[in-house]
Design a protein around this ligand. Structure first.
Ligand code: PRX
Length: 641
């Protein structure tokens, strides 16, 4: 495998200990990678682990490239595989979902309880006239009803669109209108740092502009409602919606390629992209990767801290652990409230064995040193995982030493909303180099290429592409085939463009080098530079904006905005006479209102001009290079890039 020893501390290869090797589902990394060379054979073998109503006729159909299809002719239902089948196989009373929050509340749902709840919600949606192919939008906190609603949609073949509860009302409206949902499921509010953040008013505001929405279901999550007096005619409390509804429901005979969900994510242009995932291949991809990378066994307690409003929440907080019949912990709250020991307390209390989180959270919590983490016994942890952005050596080492007690390997998983599943990641038996997501997974084939699409060779920086189809790949952008081709397939024909840069070292390890486009990662959240620019530009005081991601030791990147203000405005002076705050604060609020609390602005400055290409496009790369003190070289060569 990989060379060890004489490397410097920051180049050291961390080898797994014997315990990890003994328990591992996959013992030989290289052999497994070799097996994955034949993608059809490999993925069809994995597909056998799921329960199909009807087996597929064709494993992979490439005839309409790049609209690949997997397991064509197969019939399979996600909710059936994630819940129903466990009822018959000895897991009836096993905890499926363990909900915990910052108040110390907990709710445990066994597979059987989950089964009944999903059935009731599925029937209630059917009673409302929702049928296969219709869409349901969700704007919910991390709570059991969120999981139940997602599963209920899959059970009847409805397409769900979960919207992160930190997005604004205009973002909600945009998403609901794009997918034309008839129903929105929301909650009164969510717990965050000792407060209740209202969610329903955001939906109220959003759906004023959503003509397709006929009904709103409201989870009384924080107990705001005594009854339904405050609700409008087409709104109903979740509990009432389910009252008296049948608790058995036959799973829809969904086709492997039936749409499962749409999840909106940021691209390099303004409008968010509705990433479409379908049923069979998606399930195969996520179940295989979770089982192999995190070495899932029957006695595991899995905790992924990702919110269900993001792809990690869909694939790995909710669906994959249930497809494996595991117990998944869902946590509602911040990592540092009531104090920065809350996560460690939860791990100790429940005996979490596999813990998956983002580097930004680790960097935030490591600032407290041993004060909090030192109080808790985290011995139950066997495997750790990192996701969402590159992990720096210090954060990696802290995670390894403090959360994993120097014995739990860290799975640095590289993937995207579009890939649906992990793509580049070690397995627990791999030798680890901190900062590298190691190798493409078995059954995954990548190529790092130059502008012409030719491989760049060992050690050279290039564009990261995926060279062969994979089962959980996005099947398109919702109702936008043209954009799908343009964004992902036209730049390097035959290769899927990820938007990331990477290098591959002489051991075959991949080192992610950040994005090649104008997508930012702020505390692991994906946001487009253009979205932020458009939000600023929609304010009357702003003439033009350029936004870049500036490196930050905790957040990975922060948003740095360069504004050209209209005549007569000053960031330090009030926007209008009588305003209590300077324009800078007014603009920050404006952007927050437009995009939601997820758009945390870092630095905002006003400038007289912005660097542009001859055709008038803003050259963000120049601003970024300047900001990071890099030599700009001959800037004329950057024109029109
Ligand atoms: O730039 C890469 C970064 O996150 C992007 C995908 O973001 P999103 O679709 O929101 O999905 C996040 C969760 C999968 C990628 O294009 N990224 C994700 N994981 C890593 C990463 N960068 C470096 N290392 C990772 N492990």
């Amino acid at each position: 495998m990989t060379k060890n020893n004489s490397l410097k501390e920051d180049n050291k290869v961390f080898s797994p200990n014997t315990q990890v090797i003994e328990s591992a589902n996959i013992k030989d990394w290289d052999k497994e990678i070799h097996k994955g060379k034949d993608i059809e054979k490999y993925w069809s073998m994995e597909a056998e682990q799921l329960d199909w109503f009807k087996k597929w006729d064709t494993i992979l159909d490439t005839s309409e490239e790049p609209f690949y299809k997997w397991f064509v002719g197969g019939k399979i239902n996600l909710a059936y595989n994630a819940v129903d089948r466990w009822i018959e196989t000895g897991k009836r009373n096993k905890i499926a979902i363990l909900y915990a929050n910052e108040l110390g509340d907990e709710i445990k749902l066994s597979y059987f309880e989950l089964y009944r709840e999903v059935n009731k919600m599925a029937n209630a949606l059917l009673n409302l006239g929702i049928k296969k192919g219709d869409s349901v939008s969700l704007y919910l906190p991390m709570c059991p009803e969120l999981v139940i609603t997602m599963l209920a949609c899959t059970k009847i073949g409805a397409i769900h669109s979960a919207i992160y509860s930190g997005l604004s009302s205009s973002a909600v409206a945009e998403r609901v209108n794009n997918i034309e949902s008839k129903v929105v499921v929301t909650a009164d509010g969510t717990y965050r740092r000792g407060k209740v953040i209202p969610l329903k008013p955001i939906v109220d505001e959003a759906i004023e502009d959503c003509p397709t929405v006929e009904n709103v279901v409201v989870v009384n999550h924080t107990g705001k409602y005594d009854g339904d007096e405050e609700l409008k005619e087409n709104e109903i409390l979740y509990d009432k919606f389910l009252e008296g509804v049948e608790d058995s429901c036959e799973a829809e005979n969904t086709d492997a390629e039936d749409p499962l969900f749409v999840l909106y994510t940021s691209g390099s242009t303004g409008k968010p992209k509705g990433v479409l995932h379908t049923t069979g291949g998606y399930m195969v991809g996520i179940a295989t990767t979770l089982r192999n990378i995190f070495d899932i066994h029957d006695d595991d307690l899995w905790w992924s801290t990702a919110d269900a409003g993001w792809i990690t929440g869909h694939s790995y907080t909710i669906y994959a652990p249930l497809l494996l019949g595991s117990t998944t912990l869902i946590f509602e709250g911040a990592p540092d409230y009531p104090d920065p020991g809350i996560w460690w307390k939860v791990i100790e209390k429940y005996g979490v064995t596999k813990f998956y989180t983002a580097p930004t959270a680790v960097r935030h919590l490591m600032r407290y040193g041993d004060e909090y983490i030192g109080k808790y016994n985290l011995d139950s942890i066997k495997v750790l995982g990192s996701v969402g952005e590159p992990i720096n050596y210090e954060a990696w080492k802290w995670m390894y030493d403090k959360i994993g007690n120097g014995k739990a390997p860290i799975m640095d998983t590289w993937w995207q909303t579009e890939t649906g599943m992990h793509m580049i990641s070690p397995l627990p038996v791999a030798g680890l180099k901190p900062g590298s997501a190691t190798k493409p997974l078995p059954g995954v084939h990548v190529a790092v290429v130059d502008e012409e699409g030719d491989p760049v060779g060992v050690g050279k920086r290039g564009y990261l592409t995926i060279a062969k189809p994979w089962p959980s790949m996005l099947r398109g952008l919702f109702n936008d085939d043209k954009r799908y081709k343009e964004e992902y397939w036209n730049t390097f024909p035959g290769l899927f463009k990820t938007g990331d840069m990477a290098k591959i070292d002489d051991d075959g390890y991949v080192w992610i080098q950040g994005r090649s486009d104008d997508v930012l990662k702020i505390s692991g959240h994906r946001i487009g530079a253009v979205e932020v620019e458009e939000a600023f530009n929609s304010h009357p005081a702003v003439n033009e904006t350029a936004v870049i991601g500036k490196e930050d030791p905790v957040k990975g990147q922060i948003i740095k905005s360069f504004l050209i203000l209209n005549e007569g405005y000053d960031l330090d002076k009030p926007y209008e006479e009588g305003d209590e705050f300077p324009l800078l604060n007014t603009l920050k609020l404006h952007v927050r209102h437009t995009l939601g609390p997820v758009a945390v602005l870092g630095e905002t400055v006003s400038v007289d001009s912005l660097p542009k290409t001859k055709s008038g496009k803003i050259m963000r790369r120049i601003l970024k290079a300047k900001e990071e003190g890099e030599d700009l070289g001959d800037t004329s060569t950057l024109d029109d890039l």
